[in-house]
Design a protein around this ligand. Sequence first.
Ligand SMILES: Nc1ncnc2c1ncn2[C@@H]1O[C@H](COP(=O)(O)OP(=O)(O)OP(=O)(O)O)[C@@H](O)[C@H]1O
Length: 261
Amino acid sequence: MKAEDRKVEFCIQDVEFSYEKKKILKGIRADFRGAGVYGIFGPNGSGKSTLLKCCSGILKPERGSILVQNRAVNRMSCQERSRLLACVPQEHRLSFPFTVEEVVLMGRTPYLGGIRGPKGEDREMAWRAMEEIGITELSDRPYTQLSGGQRQLVLMARALAQDTPVLILDEPTSALDFKNQMKVFEILRTLAAKGKLILACTHDPNHVKWFCDQVLILKEGEVMARGAVSDTLTQHCLESLYGQICQLQNDVIIPKRNACA
Ligand SMILES: Nc1ncnc2c1ncn2[C@@H]1O[C@H](COP(=O)(O)OP(=O)(O)OP(=O)(O)O)[C@@H](O)[C@H]1O
């Protein structure tokens, strides 16, 4: 079997993490095997971003490990890791006014050796990523002058240009209008169909219902449920997380009026 034919695998093994003395992740365990869109879902402060930062190697778990293709993320060189994982952070600011095209081209950095700058094929991949996301008209604009939603789309394009088997996205649609939210999730579905393993955290249970194959649900730093969306994100689960504020009807989660009053 050729290396590129191997099924992509991502394992979170008993991960614990604390900020100072406060335990945030309490023995998280989950395996994601094969291409797909895997949602990480849970209330504010439940540990989703902290978990994704451990998954991408930004934070080092105090116990447990994160394995991609059976290899520990924390033991890889930066270049190796960035050829396997691309990340879209929740918020990202640059102080230097790089153009949008230059920021997207940064996604090609793991493939540039020594003093070699980007080649024609790197520029083509960056341009294709901008076309896929629909931001070519922004290509000459300084990144520092973009709106929050435009910046989010640029970071998505940068991650696509990075061309990795695994994509890790922290609230990828939090600043986007409705149309762009749908578009980004449709792009994620297309990428999963082409073989990518996608981990995306979201607050919106409808995004999980509509676009994810499986979900890992966190509550207070622990795994509350994981598995197929239809088995896990149930009315009972939503009530355990939020109380009686919403109703699950035909795969759509509808708020109950005045439930939070
Ligand atoms: N740098 C930090 N230093 C100390 N505590 C932190 C830090 N970052 C996050 N925390 C705390 O860790 C806990 C989990 O935060 P995290 O951002 O992982 O949650 P989340 O589920 O992504 O939340 P949200 O949905 O609000 O984005 C919170 O209580 C938060 O206050």
